[in-house]
Design a protein around this ligand. Structure first.
Ligand SMILES: Cc1cc2nc3c(=O)[nH]c(=O)nc-3n(C[C@H](O)[C@H](O)[C@H](O)COP(=O)(O)OP(=O)(O)OC[C@H]3O[C@@H](n4cnc5c(N)ncnc54)[C@H](O)[C@@H]3O)c2cc1C
Length: 429
């Protein structure tokens, strides 16, 4: 069977590898570079920049403690160059990995006319098609919007601006605010509603007070106009370059007249990632705005399995998320409406937080447990919480309750406080 996949990001690449692994002829078409938004503009770029930010904060702390003489000066152009080189290397590895897995990789922009896939005038026949074209920055309808940059422009910055106004209230806004403020930029965040509304109030307060210390956050503000060097709000003006962190819109236009698309531009799919067309699947950010690489990969696998004739459904329960700051801010919500009982505990001094214990800045973990002794929600701020949260998701999906943590054996020293709270709750009837 011929399976054609459009888009070489997390969803498309994973779909291609899965389909080849199942013995089918998979061809993945990528317009730009293998790896998609995640590698070239998103997760990995934030990861590279945030590693430098963490180093700057640690360096300042060691200077404060008298352990080093001087806090290190960072060369921003060298940071950008290093991120670009690393991303290029990873992209090359991903491309080889995809070919080695048996998929054909075609570089070029795919078009879809009358259900036919063409790239640079060449036609590609398919039995099943998977659309994984991802998303692009959403530019809000604000006067002067063309004067702002988006996450796509970060690696083109030649130098750090003195001041930056970030418009947006979500994860991307928080992550870039942390990176740029740590590097010495005076950062203001402007939110139409509230900042990081998905977080528990105590966790948000910890983030704002301890992890975004030098960032000024303005909530419930309406932006009237953007100039190259300042923005005008209904409350006044603020100098600085503007960065939009206002969300994404799906690249679904390619299939406009072929499959059903919802009012937000997402290709409509069922749990098997099947679109309204019997031979066309869609996966990743073009189908559901999860804004998350692991979910996009999982959707790519489900789309590929179904395209190859193996019935499989997506499971969106207990998805772990994280915000990349000095510490990980990881969270998981079972969506259980039961009010539950809450408890919280400060993080332990351990790898990554030992030298912050004297400041009292070791993180915070909060748990909400329901009547059935299952977990409603976990929020955890620590150097290691993103990893713990992924394993928590797996254990909870398999039906483990707090009682199963009574005999939890940790590795010491550890900065994971989730097990401590689980054990604490497990001892109460
Ligand atoms: C700033 C930022 C930070 C992020 N950080 C994280 C994070 O820390 N963790 C996390 O899990 N997620 C993160 N995300 C989200 C993550 O990057 C996306 O959810 C993920 O990349 C979506 O994968 P995808 O395959 O659906 O789409 P994409 O990664 O966007 O890939 C789509 C691919 O399709 C190609 N394409 C589009 N149209 C065509 C065409 N016509 N022909 C050929 N090719 C085409 C594009 O060039 C692109 O390579 C972040 C996103 C951003 C913007």
């Amino acid at each position: 069977m011929d399976i054609v996949i459009i888009g070489g990001g997390p969803a498309g690449r994973t779909a291609a590898i899965e389909a080849s692994g199942l013995g089918e002829n998979a061809t993945v078409i990528e317009d730009n570079k293998m790896g998609g938004t995640c590698l070239h503009e998103g997760c990995m770029v934030v990861c590279g920049l945030n590693d430098v930010s963490k180093f700057i904060l640690d360096s300042k702390n060691f200077q404060k403690l008298g352990i080093v003489d001087n806090a290190h000066e960072v060369s921003f152009p060298k940071v950008i160059e290093g991120v670009k080189n690393t991303v290029a290397k990873i992209s090359h590895i991903l491309e080889s990995e995809t070919r080695d897995a048996g998929a054909e990789v075609i570089m070029g922009r795919a078009e879809l006319k009358n259900e036919l896939v063409t790239v640079n005038g060449e036609e590609f026949n398919y039995d099943k098609l998977i659309i994984a074209t991802g998303a692009r920055p959403l530019i809000p309808d604000i006067e002067g919007a063309e004067n702002a940059i988006t996450y796509r422009d970060i690696l083109n910055l030649k130098e750090l601006p003195d001041k930056m106004n970030i418009i947006g209230s979500g994860v991307v806004s928080a992550e870039f605010a942390n990176i740029f403020s740590t590097m010495g930029v005076k950062v203001n965040i402007f939110c139409r509603n509230v900042f990081l509304g998905m977080l528990d109030e105590d966790i948000k307060k910890y983030v704002v007070d301890n992890l975004l210390t030098d960032v000024f956050i303005h909530e419930n503000v309406h932006i009237k106009r953007i100039y190259e060097d300042r923005i005008i709000t209904e409350k006044g003006e603020m100098e600085g370059m503007t960065l939009f962190a206002t969300g994404l819109i799906p690249n679904s236009e390619i299939a406009d007249d072929i499959v059903k698309i919802n009012e937000r531009g997402h290709i409509i799919v069922d749990k098997r990632m099947l679109t309204s067309h019997e031979n066309i699947y869609a996966a990743g950010d073009v189908a559901r705005m999860t804004g998350n690489t692991p979910i996009s990969r999982a959707e790519g696998i489900i789309a590929a399995r179904n395209a190859c004739g193996i019935y499989a459904e997506m499971d969106y329960s207990l998805i772990p998320y994280a915000i990349n700051l000095y510490y990980d801010v990881a969270f998981l919500d079972s969506k259980n409406k039961d009010e539950g009982v809450e408890g919280y505990v400060p993080g332990s001094a351990g790898p990554g937080s030992f030298w912050r214990a004297l400041d009292g800045m070791t993180g915070l973990t909060k748990l909400n447990v329901n009547k059935e002794r299952g977990v409603n929600k976990i929020f955890s701020i620590s150097p290691s919480s993103r990893t713990s949260m992924a394993y928590m998701s797996k254990l909870l999906k398999e039906g483990q309750t707090i009682d199963d943590f009574d005999d939890f054996m940790e590795v010491h020293p550890s900065t994971d406080a989730i097990y401590k709270l689980m054990r604490f709750f497990a001892r109460f009837e």
